[in-house]
Design a protein around this ligand. Structure first.
Ligand SMILES: Cc1ncc(COP(=O)(O)O)c(C=O)c1O
Length: 398
């Protein structure tokens, strides 16, 4: 036994694991992977201590909505916990088709396909269409799921400066007019809260005949008519070829979707390995997402509350002269610029019972080390009072 352990621990991978700085520092500072033993609305409990969650993406505050919870429970009673297999092999179920039709109708596309994670959906939105011979043009600040899709597609990728159509133009002009081009964008950039300059990007797409894939994980439920997303907000739903998104933000669930023309969805189902070889979205997740989608349309008060909370939160941050990187949405970074400052600010907020997330370079551009916060419709006035007090305290500590 002892000998086999010694032999195994000699592999380069074991040495890498033992000496990894990122893991050593993460464990030392204990900044990520916290476990909470209880959750109620915006409150979470860790070791008996209560915190206000200021970093989840429950924008509309639907995680505890009775209709959303009931739909999930009923679906388990009717269908069981899983379909235990990929759709291509074991077949989908009527609840998949129903949700896909509801999503397609809501975002204004012909068809959609639902996945068991937003990450899979967004990676598939790229791998389902991009081919080795194509050229991808990607915003430098895209989410990891899209980078995974880009890498897996094998296509050449040119990165343009964040939300910078003029830079994209320079790169596209340089390429052969005949090569197949794909733009990869986000509707709302998840760390920065910036809204994509979609009208300008779409003008370029038209001029250079580029296919456009847009991840609207943080715009869906927030922007556009009833939360239809950033394409709806700009009246550009027909022009954007593929919209992908996650259920783990406004829809308060897990899973994700890709929406496009029927032909494009059929094509993706033949070409994306993540679509073909991954198990179907569970009955409970499907039913909860469906219920949340209905709530979004029938109960506008959640979005109204989200925006009134956001207004107050922004004014607190602006009074404190904290840099929010010109965020325009409920995803609000507090940019402090140095990882040490970020750490002390985060710790001070924690001490005052406010839970946030640290994001430092290389996760964000150098000099943009930040605390990532997000406001929810379910934050109460009392939550906001406590957040304000904690931010004053944290600011005094850096
Ligand atoms: C922009 C963006 N795309 C995709 C995802 C992946 O979604 P999920 O967490 O539901 O897998 C996220 C999640 O953080 C995201 O922010």
């Amino acid at each position: 036994m002892a000998l086999s352990f010694l032999q195994r621990s000699k592999t380069p991978i074991h040495s890498r694991i033992k000496s990894d700085d990122a893991t050593r520092l993460r464990l030392k500072y204990d900044t990520y992977y916290h476990i909470f033993e209880k959750q109620e609305g915006t409150r979470v409990w860790k070791d008996g201590e209560e915190f206000i969650m200021l970093s989840s993406n429950d924008y509309l505050g639907l995680t505890h909505h009775p209709k959303v919870k009931e739909a999930g429970t009923k679906a388990i009673e009717k269908w069981g916990t899983s379909t235990t297999g990929a759709r291509l092999a074991n077949g989908g179920r009527s609840f998949h088709r129903e949700l896909e039709e509801e999503i397609a109708a809501f975002v204004g596309k012909e068809a959609s396909h639902v996945f068991s994670a937003g990450y899979l959906a967004c990676a598939s939105a790229v791998t389902g269409f991009a081919d080795r011979k194509d050229i991808l043009f990607a915003d430098k600040n895209l989410h990891s799921s899209l980078w995974s899709g880009i890498k897996l597609s094998g296509a050449r990728c040119e990165r343009f400066s964040h939300n910078h159509p003029a830079h994209l133009r320079e790169l596209v002009e340089f390429e052969n007019v005949d090569s197949a081009k794909i733009f990869v964008l986000e509707g709302v950039y998840s760390m920065e809260g910036h809204i994509a300059k979609l009208p300008e990007f779409m003008k370029l797409a038209k001029e250079f005949k580029a296919f456009v894939i847009l991840d609207d994980a943080h715009g869906f439920g927030v922007l556009g008519n009833q939360g239809r997303g950033v394409c709806d907000q700009f009246g550009l739903t027909n022009e954007v070829d593929v919209i992908c998104s996650s259920f783990s933000k406004s829809l308060a669930g897990s899973g994700g979707f890709v929406a496009a023309d029927q032909d494009a969805i059929d094509y993706m189902r033949s070409h994306s390995k993540q679509t073909i070889f991954s198990a179907a979205l569970s009955p409970a997740s499907c039913a909860s997402a469906s219920a949340a989608l209905r709530v979004m349309q029938e109960e506008p008060e959640h979005r109204e509350r989200l925006f009134s909370n956001l207004k107050r939160y922004r004014s607190i941050l602006s009074d404190l002269k904290l840099d929010t990187w010109e965020s325009e949405t409920p995803a609000v970074p507090i940019v402090l610029g140095e990882k040490e400052k970020v750490y002390y600010f985060w710790k001070a907020l924690l001490e005052k019972g406010i839970y946030t997330i640290i994001s430092i370079a290389p996760g964000v551009p150098p000099g943009k080390d930040l605390i990532r916060t997000a406001i929810s419709a379910s934050h109460t006035n009392e939550d906001l009072d406590r957040i304000e007090e904690a931010l004053h305290f944290a600011k005094s500590k850096i």
